[in-house]
Write a protein that binds this ligand. Structure first.
Ligand SMILES: [Zn+2]
Length: 348
């Protein structure tokens, strides 16, 4: 059974010569766009070159990124009681995106309920007082959103990349600022064999439709937020162009004990976008001690402010112990992975 599956899969890989340099390039069944590893030309199955090819410039070589990952992981995990980690994998990946450059105009109508308070002084002398009342008004809304946009859409169907959301947010931020340049294979800072292009799985026409829907939804949501009731919202999108863009990341794996942990680095800024960190027993116990100390302090403060009879005192001691035991047992059952970015660590 497995052999049949494997053979059918192997058969459907198609090798196409790069229209620019002639190097053989593989198309997997789901690929609609591939990038030649030698010259960086991106082309369709029909050997049509993508002319508007941009990239976000990688600022570090793979070797530099590896060093950065290693040092960062060592620093972060030492605090967690980890003595040594081994980097078992590091690769520079170029993630494909379609970017739609457009002008999007939405006209919307509705009404907005606004309330304000009115106060006035009534009476005189001893009877003088201020009366306030709430006034509600219905204001008709007739507004237009008109903006130039750059909207990126990852060019992959099912494949979920580690750190996908963080990568996407970063690409959005950079693309919005137009921080991209014309693609150049020399500017990748590494030999072609050290760089891996992920193939594109979404056609330009499909990407255009998906992005248009996203813009319409976003505008409608903004119109909704601006009105109490929205009557209608019409969006017109003028296409200025579709760009194909590569975003560089370094994906790495390191080993601690028997487990493997993943790290993804922004190839442009060199920042860790997302990393998994081991939660060691020592770290868990430390975290629990901090929790207990906090509860103890709150409980102490509560006792201080609320005078207790001896009977109530023993009840609160018991309650405290029960809570402590539950928390301790719960803490021991947590997963062995925490997620971290360069600025924050999130325990699962
Ligand atoms: Zn080529």
């Amino acid at each position: 059974m497995n052999i049949f599956l494997m053979s059918s899969r192997t058969l459907s890989i198609e090798t196409v010569s790069c229209p620019s340099c002639g190097a053989p390039t593989d198309f997997n069944p789901e690929d609609v766009l591939v990038t030649c590893n030698f010259c960086g030309t991106t082309f369709t199955r029909g050997s049509q070159e993508i002319s508007d090819h941009k990239f976000i410039v990688p600022k570090h070589s793979l070797a530099e990124a590896e060093k950065k990952i290693h040092d960062w992981i060592r620093k972060k995990t030492r605090f967690r009681g980890v003595k040594s980690v081994t980097l078992v994998k590091a690769e520079k990946l170029l993630i494909p995106y379609w970017v739609m450059h457009s002008r999007a105009i939405s006209k919307y109508r509705g009404y907005r309920r606004e309330t304000y308070t009115e106060s006035k002084t009534v009476g005189s002398g001893k009877n003088k007082r201020t009366v306030t009342k709430t006034v509600t008004v219905f204001v008709p809304v007739n507004e237009t959103i008109d903006e130039e946009r750059y909207d990126p859409l990852i060019c992959r169907m099912g494949a979920i990349l580690f750190g996908y959301e963080e990568i996407n947010d970063r690409v959005k931020e950079l693309v919005m600022k137009q921080s991209f340049e014309d693609f150049s294979i020399e500017a990748l800072k590494d030999a072609p064999e050290k760089v891996k292009f992920l193939n594109g799985e979404i056609k330009q026409s499909e990407a255009k439709e998906l992005i248009e829907t996203l813009i319409q939804d976003e505008h409608r949501n903004r119109a909704r937020a601006d009105t109490t009731e929205l009557f209608d919202c019409r969006t017109r999108i003028e296409l200025n162009g579709m760009l194909f863009l590569h975003f560089p990341i370094v994906y790495a794996e390191y080993q601690y004990g028997k487990e493997t942990y993943r790290v993804v680095v922004d190839g442009n800024s060199g920042k860790i976008l997302l990393a998994e960190l081991p939660i060691t027993t020592r770290f868990r116990i430390m975290a629990e001690l901090v929790t207990f100390a906090t509860i103890f302090l709150i409980w102490g403060a509560a006792l201080f402010f609320i005078p207790d009879s001896p009977n109530e005192f023993s009840v609160s001691v018991l309650a405290f112990l029960v809570v402590a035991v539950i928390l301790f047992l719960g803490g021991l059952k947590t997963n062995s992975v925490a997620w971290a970015t360069e600025s924050r660590v999130r325990e699962k």
